[in-house]
Design a protein around this ligand. Structure first.
Ligand SMILES: NC(=O)c1ccc[n+]([C@@H]2O[C@H](COP(=O)([O-])OP(=O)(O)OC[C@H]3O[C@@H](n4cnc5c(N)ncnc54)[C@H](O)[C@@H]3O)[C@@H](O)[C@H]2O)c1
Ligand SMILES: [Zn+2]
Ligand SMILES: [Zn+2]
Length: 369
């Protein structure tokens, strides 16, 4: 079928919205009609050429929500009409990692996905017979996409898809970092560095788990305002004094749990240094630049602080994304303030501009717009 999609042609240049061909879903695959899709830093990172593993031509986009139109042979868990959120981090439910509660890093399709192919090593996207590669296994800057069944989370049909799409990436990453990676305990003190979608998600996760104190750190006052709205009890503007200020706020000991959601290695270090002696856990969510390293004075570790990393918040997507969406429907998670602009597919590059300008938390492409 012919579909419209935003294609990355040349790194560093705007995406080109154009007509491309999308083939039928093969065995284990599903055709999804996209209703909404968030615009994320990772799309921009690849489009800019800064990502050394990027490839083109490719259809970008990975924060999709939509409706199943058709299923390929052998697909048992989804049927036409189901509402789904796309997962760049799949869950096959069979590999060693999927069977282990300690990780969400499914091993089933990693290699093919990283190279821009569906699990059988080919693409469903093409133009004049020439293949176009899939991005993050999702390619959701498009009216339709074909994805593996194991990379789709079936959600409650009552959830608005232009809200549900933010659970495809940053929001679930932050919430999961608090719930799965750190396992925040009730009554604890938490610090979250960064109040983008990931950091705000971590604030939400800490609140959901009953943290007593949630300190959010970000130089942008408008974002701290949003953090307070999501449950932050204290806010700081960050910078070189942040660790000292946090120690002051916490009786000189530091926080039970700290979260880094900035992508800056100097802030990751602050997250370690502001974690409490004895048991403080620093959870790193940010993606640092290529070649950058985290500098930690070992004394911080000897005296009982720990460091953990969190990919997609440790969320096993097919199981847990639907649960998060249910908590949104129950009123436990307030998604509306996180969505600032609604765009059409043709305006996708404006989504990147808004991100550059730090205008709002998330722009969402609406395919009905
Ligand atoms: N681990 C994962 O699976 C995963 C998933 C999605 C995103 N990420 C990464 O998480 C990070 C955050 O993503 P986002 O979408 O929330 O980004 P974002 O750019 O919207 O938010 C980052 C925030 O950090 C703030 N900041 C900058 N300097 C700071 C400082 N010195 N102290 C405190 N805050 C500071 C910025 O003002 C901004 O609000 C990025 O590195 C992103 O690549 C990771
Ligand atoms: Zn994303
Ligand atoms: Zn798996």
């Amino acid at each position: 079928m012919k579909i419209r999609a935003a294609v990355l042609e040349k790194f560093g240049e705007p995406l080109e919205v154009q007509e491309v061909d999308l083939a039928e879903p093969k065995a284990g695959e599903v055709l999804v009609r996209l209703v909404a899709c968030g615009v994320c830093h990772t799309d921009l990172f690849t489009a800019s050429g800064a990502d050394p593993s990027g490839y083109s031509p490719a259809v970008l986009g990975h924060e999709g929500a939509g409706v199943v139109e058709k299923v390929g042979e052998g697909v048992g868990s989804l049927a036409p009409g189901d509402h789904v959120v796309t997962l760049f981090s799949p869950q096959c439910r069979e590999c060693t990692h999927c069977l282990d509660p300690r990780t969400n890093l499914c091993l089933a399709i990693r290699e093919q996905q990283n190279q821009g192919y569906l699990p059988d090593g080919t693409t469903r996207l093409s133009r004049d017979g020439e293949p176009i590669r899939h991005f993050m296994g999702t390619s959701t800057f498009a009216e339709y996409t074909v994805m593996p069944e194991i990379a789709l989370a079936k959600i409650a049909p009552e959830a608005a898809l232009d809200r549900a799409c933010v659970f495809a990436c940053g929001l679930s990453t932050g919430i999961g970092a608090a719930l799965n990676t750190a396992k925040v305990e009730p009554g604890s003190t938490c610090v979250v560095f960064g109040a983008g979608l990931v950091g705000l998600g971590a604030v939400i996760g800490c609140r959901l788990n009953g943290a007593e104190r949630i300190v959010c750190v970000d130089p942008a006052e408008t974002r701290l305002e949003l953090a307070r709205g999501q449950g932050a009890t204290d806010t700081l503007s960050g910078g070189p004094e942040a660790v000292e200020q946090i120690l002051e706020l916490t009786g000189a000991f530091g926080a039970d749990y700290t979260f880094e959601a900035t992508g800056r290695v100097d802030v990751m270090r602050q997250a370690v240094e502001s974690a409490r002696m004895g048991w403080g856990l620093a959870t790193v969510c940010g993606v640092a630049g290529k070649g950058e390293t985290l500098d930690v004075v070992p004394r911080f570790l000897i005296t009982g602080r720990r460091v953990a990393g969190s990919s997609f918040g440790g969320v096993k997507g097919r199981d847990q994304v639907p649960q998060f969406v249910d908590r949104y429907l129950a009123g436990d998670i307030d998604v509306d303030p996180l969505i600032s602009h609604t765009l059409s597919l043709d305006e996708v590059n404006r989504g990147f501009d808004l991100m550059h300008a730090q205008d709002g938390i998330r722009s969402v492409i609406s395919f009905d717009a």
